[in-house]
Design a protein around this ligand. Structure first.
Ligand code: PXP
Length: 249
C-alpha cells in the first residue's frame, strides 16, 4: 500500500477575486483556514513578482494563522529569497516566472540555470526550508535537480491536463509516470500539480511514488458552485479512490 497522498490547496485565486475590487474580501487566509478544516494537508500560495494575486501581507497573515505547512511558491530571484528567508515557511517551490504569462508556463530549466539555482537551493535548505523545483517531466531535469541538491521536485501536469483525452493525454501521462519512477530511483521526493481537476486527477493520484498534489484554480472555481469544503472533499475522495486502485476515480 503506497503512502497517503497529501493535498496542498492553492488559495491564490481567492486573492485574484479580492484584487479585482482592491478591497479585503474574499480573504485568502479565511479560505486557507476553511481548506484545512476540509482536509487540506497544506496550503500553497504563489507570491508573484507583480503581486497579481497573493500580496506580501497575505504571506505574513498565512504564516501566523495556519496550522498546516505553507508551501511558498516563488520565482528564483533575490527579492523572493529574502522574503522566504524572513518567513521561513515549511517549503519553497521554485517556479519559472514571466510577467506576461497568465499562469506558470512550463517548468524551471534546472540544466541551464544550474549555477544560479544551486546556491539558492543550498541557502533555503540551510534555513530549514524544504525546497522543491517545479519542472517538466523530463529525466534530464530531474537529474539536474538531484545534482544541485534539491530534495523534492514537483512535476508540471499542465501539458497532461491540457491535452485532449485519448492518445495525446495518455502520452503526457506516460511521461509523468516515467518521471515519477525516475525521481524515486534517484532519491527525489516527487510532487505534481498544475491544471488538475476532477477529470484529470485520478491517473496522477494513482502513481504511487507521487507524495503530494498542489491544486488551486479548479478548486476555487468549483467552490463558487458547491462551496470550498465540498470542492475539496470531492477532490480528496477522487485522490483516495485512485490511490486505492479504483478504476475511473
Ligand atoms: N504547482 C505549482 C508549482 C504552480 O505554480 C501552480 C499554479 O500556481 C499550481 C501547482 C496549481 O495549479 P492550478 O492552480 O492550475 O491548480
Amino acid at each position: 500500500m503506497s503512502e497517503k497522498l497529501r493535498l496542498g490547496v492553492n488559495i491564490d485565486h481567492v486573492a485574484t477575486v479580492r484584487n479585482a475590487r482592491g478591497g479585503i474580501a474574499p480573504d485568502p487566509v479565511r479560505a486557507a483556514l476553511l481548506a484545512i478544516d476540509a482536509g487540506a494537508d497544506g496550503i500553497t500560495a504563489h507570491l508573484r513578482e507583480d503581486r497579481r494575486h497573493i500580496i506580501d501581507s497575505d504571506i505574513t497573515r498565512l504564516m501566523d494563522a495556519i496550522s498546516r505547512p505553507l508551501n511558498f511558491e516563488m520565482a528564483a530571484t533575490r527579492e523572493m529569497m529574502e522574503i522566504a528567508l524572513r518567513h521561513r515557511p515549511h517549503a519553497c517551490c521554485l517556479v519559472p516566472e514571466k510577467r506576461e504569462e497568465r499562469t506558470t508556463e512550463g517548468g524551471l530549466d534546472v540544466i541551464g540555470g544550474r549555477d544560479r539555482l544551486a546556491p539558492m537551493v543550498a541557502e533555503l535548505a540551510a534555513a530549514g526550508i524544504r525546497v522543491s523545483l517545479f519542472i517538466e517531466a523530463d529525466p534530464r531535469q530531474l537529474d539536474a535537480a538531484r545534482a544541485i541538491g534539491a530534495p523534492v521536485v514537483e512535476l508540471h501536469t499542465g501539458s497532461y491536463c491540457d491535452a485532449p483525452e485519448g492518445t495525446e493525454r495518455d502520452r503526457e501521462l506516460g511521461r509523468i509516470v516515467r518521471a515519477a519512477a525516475h525521481a524515486e530511483a534517484i532519491g527525489l521526493e516527487c510532487h505534481a500539480g498544475h491544471g488538475l481537476s476532477y477529470d484529470t486527477v485520478g491517473p496522477v493520484a494513482a502513481i504511487p511514488t507521487i507524495r503530494e498534489l498542489n491544486i488551486g484554480h479548479f478548486l476555487i472555481g468549483e467552490a463558487i458552485f458547491v462551496g470550498l469544503p465540498d470542492a475539496i472533499a470531492g477532490m480528496r475522495q477522487r485522490m483516495d479512490l485512485a490511490r486505492q486502485g479504483v478504476e475511473g476515480a
